[in-house]
Every structure is written in C-alpha cells, then in structure tokens.
Write a protein that binds this ligand. Structure first.
Ligand SMILES: C[S@@+](CC[C@H](N)C(=O)[O-])C[C@H]1O[C@@H](n2cnc3c(N)ncnc32)[C@H](O)[C@@H]1O
Length: 240
C-alpha cells in the first residue's frame, strides 16, 4: 500500500532532489484545523483509502521506536506525537532518511491529541513508552497517564485495539496500574507480553537496559473486547 501519495511528496516529482531537511518537512502533519478530528486518509496522504491499520505513539521522543516499528510493518500507518520541537525534527529526519512513507509526526500535547484530535474508534494501538515519571509528589499531577487520559485512549481505539505502556519507574508503574484499574472502559490484557506485542526497543529503553534497570510492561484493551475476541476469528492476535 502506498500510504503517502506523490501529491503530498513533492520530492517524488521534482527534478531537483530535495535535501533531507526539506524531505523531513513532508513527514510533519499540520492540521488545517486544530479543533477538528483528524482524518487518517488526509494525514497519511492516501487520498483514496483510510489506512487499514493505525498506531499512535505518544511521547515519541527521537522516534527510534516508531521508525523501527514502521520499517517492520509497512502496511501500518504510524502517528508519532511529541511536544518538543527538536525531537519532532529528529523523528521527521529519521523517517525521511529511512523513506518511511507510513510515518507522520504531530507536534502537540499528547493529552490534547488523544482527547480532541483522534477520531473515535479509529486507532488500532496506542503506545506510551517511558513517559516522564515526574517522581516528586507535588509533580504527580503532571504525569501523562491518568485515568482520564486512559479513558480518552479507550474511546479512540477500535474494538480490537490495545494500549501498551512501558516504564522503568516502579512508582509510576504502580500509579499507572491504579489509574488503569479505575478506568471503566479498559481492562488489563494479562496474556500480552512486551516480547510479542512490542519487540522493538525504544531509545530510552536501550539506555535503561544497559543500566540494568527493570522494565515494567502493561497492556490494556477495551472492556468489550473480550466478547469481541471470542466471536471474531484472529481478533486476539496482537501483531500487525
Ligand atoms: C522519557 S522520553 C521517552 C521517549 C520515547 N518514548 C522512548 O522511549 O525512547 C518521554 C518523551 O515524551 C515527551 N512528552 C512528555 N510529555 C508529553 C506530552 N504531554 N505530550 C507530548 N509529548 C510528551 C517528552 O518530550 C519526551 O520526548
């Protein structure tokens, strides 16, 4: 599937090849409206078709994870959400360098993206990998993963969708488990493992593994999904 049409890739038809930084620009998604829900066909430049599978990585950092996953799953579309300009530029340059037509970068607060921009029931997977732990008690309110954000993620997911979270921070992990348990829309997906669901290693994870820090993993899925999975053949498959 050609997710990114030549209409949105000016370098394809230009006689002068674009420099990496110019090509990187084409990997940014800048919505015309910041208050309308995203349209996946528009985001990924596939005018005729909505991508069959969409994954969203919240707090994508430098994009090592999303690039590796996009390379391994060319038929899936990947939206990398990151709030820091420098990091979004790195993700876009990486996508351009690797010619990953199935990646787009959105520079925005993750909670705004999930609550206001993701279309309901349209996303196959949401990953939140090594979110900032905000260890001081007075900063806990800044933590991205709260029940309200998880519920908003649940609303964006397709019935077969899932959320996967990794962190090296034990206290934040306990907080995330409690936030998930309080969600009326999500349930733990105990059978899922990091190895089967997300074998790709993130940039931060690589550093943490070198330091010998434990990596905590949690997968969630919409509550109704248990019934769906029982009736839809193959619906329980976690892979793309
Ligand atoms: C610790 S880094 C992890 C990066 C990447 N997921 C990885 O594992 O390599 C956390 C990233 O989340 C981004 N971030 C933190 N809070 C965010 C928010 N509210 N919205 C968007 N990005 C956020 C930070 O800028 C940073 O790049």
């Amino acid at each position: 599937m050609n997710l990114l049409s030549s209409r949105t890739r000016p370098h394809v038809n230009n006689s002068r090849p674009l420099a990496l930084s110019e090509r990187a620009e084409t990997f940014f998604h800048r919505p015309r409206s910041w208050i309308a829900r995203l349209d996946w066909a528009t985001v990924f430049g596939s005018a005729a078709a909505i991508p069959a599978r969409v994954e969203v990585d919240l707090g994508a950092g430098d994009g090592g994870f999303v690039a590796e996953r996009a390379r391994r799953h060319p038929a899936c579309a990947f939206l990398a959400v990151e709030r820091l300009l420098g990091r979004t530029r790195k993700i876009a340059r990486r996508a351009a360098r690797l010619d990953l037509a199935n990646v787009r970068v959105l520079r925005i607060e993750a909670s705004y993206a999930v609550e206001r921009l993701l279309p309901p029931h349209s996303v196959d997977a949401i990953t939140v990998l090594f979110p900032d732990p905000w260890p001081k008690r007075r900063h806990h309110k800044n933590r991205l993963l709260q029940t309200s954000l998880l519920d908003a993620c649940a609303r964006a997911l397709k019935p077969n969708g899932w959320i996967a979270i990794k962190t090296d921070d034990s206290a934040y992990f306990a907080h995330i488990r409690a936030a998930a348990a309080a969600s009326p829309l999500l349930q733990l997906w105990n059978d899922a493992t990091a190895e089967t669901l997300l074998p790709e290693i993130t940039d931060f994870e690589r550093d943490f593994l070198k330091e010998g820090r434990p990596i905590h993993f949690l997968a969630l899925r919409p509550r109704e999904r248990a019934a769906c999975a029982a009736s839809v053949p193959g619906a329980s498959s976690p892979r793309c």
